[in-house]
Design a binder for this molecule. Structure first.
Ligand code: IMP
Ligand code: MG
Length: 174
C-alpha cells in the first residue's frame, strides 16, 4: 500500500538552504579543516550535499546509532550500531544529523565523542523540531530548517526504512 505524502519543503528550497549553510560553515572554519561525522542512515544525503558545498578541507567518518524502533515511536534507548573508523584527537568535529527531535541521540553522541579528545565539537542539522526537545542542554550550531511537530520523510529520513530517497521533505499523511 502506498502512503500519501505532502510536500513540506520543496527540493529547490532544501538545496538553496544547504548551499547557504555550507557557505556559512566554510566562513566559520576558514583556515581550519573540518571533520564531518555523518550520523547514519538518515544523515547520509544531507552530509553528502553539505560536504560538496564546504570549501575548507573536509574529512568524513560515519557512525550509526539507533534511537528509534520501527515506526514513529521513540524508544528512548540509544545504541551504537557502527562506530567511527578514525580517532578524533585534535580534530574540529562537526556532527551532521538529519533531524533533532527529543535530542536524546545527539546528547548521547556528544558525551561519547567528547571523551575522544577532539579540538572542538559542533552540531549541524537539516531539521529541528524544537517543540519536541527533552534534552534542553543540546546546543545546535547550524540548523537548516525548524519545523513543527510532524513526522517527516525524505532527504535521508525514513518511515519504516522507506522514502529516504525523496529529494524533498514530506509529511506522511495518515
Ligand atoms: P531524537 O533522539 O529524539 O532527537 O531522535 C533523533 C532521530 O529520530 C533522528 O536521527 C531520526 O532518525 C529519528 N526521527 C525523529 N523524528 C523523525 C521524523 O520526523 N522522521 C523520521 N525520523 C525521525
Ligand atoms: Mg530514523
Amino acid at each position: 500500500m502506498e502512503d500519501k505524502i505532502r510536500v513540506l519543503i520543496p527540493e529547490e528550497e532544501v538545496d538553496a538552504r544547504v548551499e547557504e549553510i555550507g557557505k556559512k560553515i566554510s566562513e566559520d572554519y576558514t583556515g581550519q579543516p573540518v571533520h564531518l561525522i555523518c550520523v547514519l542512515k538518515g544523515g547520509v544525503f544531507f552530509t553528502c550535499e553539505l560536504a560538496k558545498r564546504i570549501t575548507v578541507p573536509v574529512s568524513m567518518d560515519f557512525m550509526c546509532v539507533s534511537s528509534y524502533g520501527a515506526g514513529t515511536q521513540s524508544s528512548g534507548v540509544v545504541r551504537i550500531i557502527k562506530d567511527l573508523d578514525e580517532p578524533l584527537a585534535g580534530k574540529h568535529v562537526l556532527i551532521v544529523e538529519d533531524i533533532i527531535d527529543s535530542g536524546r541521540t545527539l546528547s548521547y553522541l556528544i558525551e561519547v565523542l567528547k571523551q575522544r579528545g577532539p579540538a572542538d565539537i559542533k552540531i549541524c542539522t537539516l531539521l529541528d523540531k524544537p517543540s519536541r526537545r527533552v534534552k534542553k542542554e543540546v546546543q545546535v550550531d547550524y540548523t537548516c530548517f525548524s519545523i513543527p511537530d510532524e513526522f517527516v520523510v525524505g532527504y535521508g529520513l525514513d518511515y519504516d526504512q522507506k522514502y529516504r530517497n525523496l529529494p524533498y521533505i514530506g509529511v506522511v499523511e495518515v
